[in-house]
Ligand binder design. Structure first.
Ligand SMILES: [Zn+2]
Length: 128
């Protein structure tokens, strides 16, 4: 499967590594994420690249919205900061621009292992 983004460019997840050695192989199905943090980063990069298929396949089937379609997402994903990754939880801030305005979304995401691979279950805003 061809990569949806040039392999030599910096990965959209903001790791500082090139896409071809960071989230690219995950998106291409060449390997699975080894940790919740790696999965979370690859999901952020998939949002940035409008890869609905990857976001779906890494979402727990019981909590994944049936009408998920990143095709009508008009946000530009401009940055990701992971604050804490421990056990099955990752706390992060995603920065995106919508209609010329910057939004910062802080979330604590919960992941679970399903059939031997990590999937996203749900997220809450820390402090709630
Ligand atoms: Zn990446």
């Amino acid at each position: 499967m061809p990569l949806p983004f040039p392999a030599f460019k910096p990965c959209p997840c903001g790791s500082g590594r090139s896409y071809g050695v960071c989230c690219g192989p995950l998106h291409a199905g060449e390997r699975e994420a080894a940790t919740p943090e790696e999965l979370m980063r690859s999901r952020y990069a998939a949002y940035a690249l409008r890869d609905t298929g990857y976001v779906r396949r890494t979402w727990h089937p019981e909590t994944c919205p049936p009408d998920l379609d990143l095709g009508d997402d008009d946000a530009r994903y401009t940055g990701l900061t992971v604050h804490r990754a421990k056990g099955d939880e990752v706390t992060f801030t995603a920065t995106l621009r919508v209609g010329g305005r910057t939004h910062r979304l802080r979330e604590r995401s919960i992941f679970v292992r399903l059939d031997g691979r990590w999937v996203y279950v749900s997220g809450v805003t820390p402090g709630e």
